[in-house]
Structures are given as structure tokens and as C-alpha cells.
Design a protein around this ligand. Structure first.
Ligand code: ARG
Length: 428
């Protein structure tokens, strides 16, 4: 080892080991932008960061359409717990236009059922954290994700990608307090703890596009869902006995009208969700392969996504050729996986978007869906771009572009290789 290398080595401060370059050095944390929900974890963090790092904390609370949230209360709580400021940002419109529209165009679903609402929300939340951290003179961003989930990957990937100058702390991942200790800490530090403390609540995440519950009995794979988990969607057995038909209209792949009424996207999605909730639509009991290796069970309630994605897929199939329709699902799946895996900023995602946009240029029309006790079934389809000709498809009509007498010739050539191969394999 040379003299220079040796002095370098000795200069490393006695701080806790940092694994990644973007993790904060505790000695260099001056002002922290905290992603604040108002819940137990982030409220404890708000105090803990002030005590542990001697740092100032600016809070950011992002509204992505999570129902039943009182942002004045959240902000009041942040200020009361010592935040020097608390920004509440209504990002519903941006979330819908910049994240949900591409997701709809890509029929985005992960693992055969999860419409990615959390995965789509995280890059936006982290992007806003970067903006507000810069505006508020923060050097560090803090979030409340655990070390076991995908959300830490999505948030830290975004920060490290967009703002290499900012550092990250993830106290829940390192402080090793369990729920009991967090409650004790909260009590000691005058942090209000809402609800009873006997039963741990489900771990909830929600926005315009859906809601997830994790924890408690959900971790027991043999345990069927208990009724109290469904806070959004009516249980199908309690849904109305009368079916309801809704129509969703699209222009170039974007939902623009509900039952013939033109609506802004946020309002449209909120109204679709309401109707879906009433009919018990969009309950998904899902085992998921997380990016961080674990398999985890989630209970999802996705009333808006269940209806809008079903309508979009149907319309897309109607306007696409057989070749497009066979090809696109593979790209849809890749798109969904990139987003699930926290790689929203990966150029391949935007490359794929170019393809999605090209296909969706034709996706204009209206799909009718019948909702009944948890089921969604397409019943009507209309599009000026449908690759469909009623006279060709009709049993009664003939002639025109389609000559039935040409069919045997086609069949002879179409089946040629398969016939030869079959005969070769069966010769005696
Ligand atoms: N399993 C889903 C995902 O990885 C939902 C995660 C919900 N996040 C939460 N913090 N509760 O996207």
C-alpha cells in the first residue's frame, strides 16, 4: 500500500457503515425532506430525525387520490411535531396523465393481476421529493419504507437517478424498532397514536388506481380474506342483485367519457371506482414475486383499474391486427415488469412507450361492460377503427373481399408443413 492510500484509509470517519453511495453520512445531514404520511412510522421518524441527527425536517405529503385523507390534519401534525414546513401537493392530475395513461396504454398488470398502482405512484412521489428537497435547501431525503419491500427500490432508484447530489436515509430500515417500541417512542415524545394499540392495523397503500393491504392474517396463505380488510370495495355477496352496464369511451387509448359523459381523467377514474366499488368489482388476492426476492401476499382492491383496463384491452384487440395483438402482450409485460421493479426512468420504458403510443393511436371507441356481484364482462364494442366488417363476418352474406371458395386452397398450403411433419413422425 502506498503512503497516499494509507492516509486516505485513515481519514474514513467512524460513522455507521454505508452500503450505497447515495446513503447519507450522519455527520452531513443538515436539513431533511421527509416523505410524510401522518401515520405512525413517519411521525416517529419526524421526531427521531431531529433528535438523532440534530437536523431540520421539511415534510412533503403527496395526494395521489388516496380516499378519506384530511391533509390539514396531516400538515398540522407535522408542524406540531417540529417540522419547519410541510408541503401538501395535490399530484392527482399529474399522476393520472403522466403515469396512469401510459399504464393504461400498456395494459399494465404485474403477475396476472396487480395493476401496479403503488409501483406507478412511487416514482412520482420520489420525483416530487427531489423537487421539494432542492427548493427547500435540503441535503437529504427520508422515507418510511422497510427493507423488505419494493417501495424502497422505487424511491431510492428515482432519487439516485434524478438527483445524484441528494442523499437518502431510511430510518425504518435501520432503527430496528418494532411496532411496540415505536408506540412507546411515540408516547414518550408526545406523538399522537391513533386507534387501539392491541391489534396492529393492516399495512395500507392507496391512490386513484387502487388500494393494497398487507400484514396480519394476510401473511397466512391458508387464511381466507376476513371481511374487515375490504374498506373500499363492497363484498360481492353484498353487491346489488341488479347488474349495471357502464360504457367507457377512449380516444387514442385515453379514457375520455363514462356513460357518454365527457370527464377529466381524474374525475372519470374516481367515478368509475365508485361504480366498481358498489358492484364488488376489483378484488384481487395475490401472491407476488417481489424484486427483493420474497414472495408476499397482498389483498388488492382495484375497482377503477378492473373496469378501465378490461375496456381498454378489449378495444385495443378490436382495432389491432392479429399480428399486433399477438406481439403487444409481450411488450406490455415487459413494461409492467420495469415499472414494478422500480425502473420507471429506464430508457427502455420510454422506448416501449413510443410503441404503445403508436398502437394506441387507433384505440378510439366505446366499450360497454356489465358489472354484477364482483364480475366485469364486456358486452358491447364500438369503434370507427375496428378491423371488423360485419358483412364479412356474417353467415348470411358472401362475396366482397372474402371468397369462401378460396378457403380450401388456403387450407392446403396453411397445413402443408404440419401435415408433412406429422406423417414423418408417424411412419412405421
Ligand atoms: N406489493 C405491492 C407493490 O410492491 C404493493 C406495495 C404496497 N406498499 C406499501 N407500502 N404498503 O407494489
Amino acid at each position: 500500500m502506498t503512503e497516499i492510500e494509507r492516509t486516505e484509509v485513515h481519514r474514513i470517519p467512524a460513522a455507521p457503515a454505508r452500503t450505497a453511495s447515495y446513503e447519507a453520512d450522519p455527520n452531513e445531514v443538515g436539513r431533511v425532506l421527509l416523505l410524510y404520511s401522518g401515520g405512525l412510522d413517519t411521525s416517529v421518524m419526524l421526531k427521531w430525525i431531529q433528535d438523532e441527527y440534530g437536523a431540520e425536517v421539511v415534510c412533503l405529503t403527496v395526494n395521489l387520490g388516496q380516499p378519506g385523507e384530511d391533509y390539514d390534519v396531516v400538515k398540522g401534525k407535522a408542524l406540531q411535531l417540529g417540522a419547519i414546513d410541510c408541503h401538501v401537493v395535490d399530484a392527482r392530475e399529474q399522476f393520472a396523465q403522466e403515469f396512469l395513461v401510459p399504464a393504461i396504454k400498456a395494459n399494465a398488470v404485474y403477475g396476472n393481476g396487480y395493476p401496479l398502482f403503488t409501483a406507478l405512484g412511487r416514482p412520482l412521489i420520489a420525483q416530487l421529493a427531489v423537487d421539494y428537497a432542492r427548493q427547500s435547501g435540503c441535503d437529504t431525503i427520508a422515507h418510511g419504507c422497510t427493507g423488505k419491500g419494493n417501495d424502497q427500490v422505487r424511491i431510492e432508484t428515482t432519487i439516485a437517478t434524478l438527483a445524484p447530489e441528494l442523499k437518502v436515509i431510511a430510518p425504518v430500515r435501520s432503527w430496528q424498532m418494532g411496532r411496540e417500541e415505536e408506540i412507546a417512542y411515540a408516547r414518550e415524545h408526545g406523538i399522537p397514536v391513533k386507534g387501539g394499540t392491541e391489534v396492529a392495523p393492516y399495512s395500507i397503500d392507496d391512490n386513484l388506481w387502487g388500494r393494497s393491504s398487507e400484514g396480519r392474517w394476510i401473511e397466512d396463505l391458508s387464511h381466507a380474506p376476513e371481511d374487515d380488510v375490504f374498506q373500499l370495495v363492497t363484498r360481492p355477496e353484498e353487491a346489488p342483485d341488479e347488474a349495471e352496464v357502464v360504457t367507457v369511451s377512449f380516444e387514442a387509448g385515453v379514457p375520455v367519457a363514462l356513460n357518454g359523459e365527457r370527464l377529466g381523467l381524474v374525475e372519470l377514474l374516481e367515478r368509475v371506482a365508485e361504480i366498481g366499488c358498489r358492484h364488488g368489482v376489483g378484488i384481487i388476492d395475490h401472491i407476488e414475486d417481489r424484486i427483493v426476492g420474497l414472495k408476499v401476499r397482498d389483498i388488492y382492491e382495484v375497482p377503477a383499474a378492473a373496469i378501465v383496463l378490461a375496456a381498454h384491452l378489449e378495444l385495443e384487440k378490436l382495432v389491432g391486427t392479429i399480428h399486433q395483438n399477438q406481439f403487444k402482450p409481450a411488450l406490455d409485460q415487459k413494461w409492467g415488469y420495469l415499472v414494478y421493479a422500480g425502473l420507471w426512468w429506464e430508457p427502455l420504458r420510454t422506448d416501449l412507450d413510443a410503441y404503445m403510443d403508436a398502437v394506441n393511436a387507433q384505440v378510439t371507441g366505446t366499450i360497454g361492460l356489465k358489472l354484477f356481484k364482483g364480475s366485469v364482462r364486456v358486452v358491447t364494442r364500438e369503434s370507427p377503427n375496428a378491423v371488423y366488417d360485419a358483412t364479412l363476418a356474417s353467415f348470411a352474406e358472401s362475396g366482397g373481399l372474402f371468397s369462401q371458395t378460396a378457403s380450401p386452397g388456403f387450407i392446403e398450403l396453411w397445413s402443408l408443413q404440419s401435415r408433412l411433419a406429422h406423417q414423418l413422425r408417424n411412419r412405421v
